[in-house]
Design a binder for this molecule. Sequence first.
Ligand SMILES: CC(C)=CCC/C(C)=C/CC/C(C)=C/COP(=O)(O)OP(=O)(O)O
Ligand SMILES: [Mg+2]
Ligand SMILES: [Mg+2]
Ligand SMILES: [Mg+2]
Length: 557
Amino acid sequence: MAAVDTNATIQEKTTAEPVRPLANFPPSVWGDRFLSFTLDNSELEGYAKAMEAPKEELRRLIVDQTMDSNKKLSLIYSVHRLGLTYLFLQEIEAQLDKIFKEFNLQDYDEVDLYTTSINFQVFRHLGYKLPCDVFNKFKDNTSGAFKEDISTDVKGMLGLYESSQLRTRGESILDEASSFTETKLKSVVNNLEGNLAQQVLQSLRRPFHQGMPMVEARLYFSNYSEECATHECLLKLAKLHFSYLELQQKEELRIVSKWWKDMRFQETTPYIRDRVPEIYLWILGLYFEPRYSLARIIATKITLFLVVLDDTYDAYATIEEIRLLTDAINRWDMSAMEQIPEYIRPFYKILLDEYAELEKQLAIEGRAKSVIASKEAFQDIARGYLEEAEWTNSGYVASFPEYMKNGLITSAYNVISKSALVGMGDIVSENALAWYESHPKTLQASELISRLQDDVMTYQFERERGQSATGVDAYIKTYGVSEKEAIDELKIMIENAWKDINEGCLKPREVSMDLLAPILNLARMIDVVYRYDDGFTFPGKTMKEYITLLFVGSVSM
Ligand SMILES: CC(C)=CCC/C(C)=C/CC/C(C)=C/COP(=O)(O)OP(=O)(O)O
Ligand SMILES: [Mg+2]
Ligand SMILES: [Mg+2]
Ligand SMILES: [Mg+2]
């Protein structure tokens, strides 16, 4: 009998691959197509120059004292919907301060529903809490329900539907308005034509307030051509502005795509979701202003690290490997390289190098603290992911409160919003950073929306792969309800979190809107990605459509 080659058997035993929770994620939709863009700086400067004249003309219109206030509000509304507010913020706030101060409810007695809703939206979007009582006159005094006769006013209904998305807790007339108008608009939309049909279809698909500002601006330009044409300078400025942003964003997308390719993550960790354009789109959703170009690149890289981390914990590593990697991330030191599995070492080295480089760069501006805040939040989420993995490994289903304590961390909105601050410049003062570190209610609301909306849309796919830690399972177990009841309850929590965000963006604000916008827009991006399905794992619908609209076509106007 041949001598048993003991080495071979021992060898086989030690290299036997452990069982891994592979997910076989769908591959990238885009491949290398965004690498080939070349930015022509003279073209970019050309647009910036051409914007000057229409911008000055529009500024004069905005401050024009002779303009009727409803017309003024309507102009500011179109400026806002086109994403141009940031160019005229002082002028617009001066106008709104004045008109808001003069407000009295009686003035609205004769104003039609459409105009009332435009005014309401402008004030609420810009942070002024115009009372929802302006809509009382559209309700029947006896029945208390909305008057049926307003249902024929489609533009008015659409305006009321969009207005209701801005409600805060306790504004029950707007809770009713949201469902009343949605039902009515759905019943008439198939008989509409032209722009109005497109406007209603788009709002029913996703209201402006829950949309991605950059995309919503482009859609407004297409669907509201009449409103945009009221002033030649508005139309001209909008077109040039879109052309300018498109070039800048295509260049940013090229930079992050090239970086990702050079880092070779798809080779070293091939089990992860390959979603660079999708993550760039997500971060663009936070802020599209040209001045935040560097900030977008930094935040995109850090969020891409999060995709590698999440998929490693969820769809590849064994529990032992997860424990070693989490410890290494807590230690944050190159000496930890030898303790972690071979396949994740490149990631770990790139992670530490990238953060070291950022810390060095920001230290020059005396703002290294924002990098450290981001790094600590990154270590926090690794611990959060470990907690989930331990629960899954032991088959433990956490109670809902216990799940949510960890879930706000694994929502990733703390680390992403702090990472978004890194490149934003001086606006990120000590006070601003302290406010973020205080874990404010508005940020918690955005985290809750991220965590629970994702769970509602991904728990089945994750349950199939043995992941037990989701809000759905925790809620069912804790409150002994059916899956459907649990999901309905989670949706109510999400709706209330939106009201808290709406409240948090109203004046007087705790910090400037520049610092609140990333938090509001992170919540919006959850609606974009997860309103109808798991639009990130399977990005062939909304994300593919939005990426095509912004980075594939050209600004056909
Ligand atoms: C949770 C959430 C929506 C985060 C959004 C922010 C973000 C882009 C985080 C990076 C990791 C990621 C893509 C999680 C979403 O997928 P997933 O369903 O695999 O996340 P999960 O493992 O936390 O459920
Ligand atoms: Mg995951
Ligand atoms: Mg996860
Ligand atoms: Mg999920």
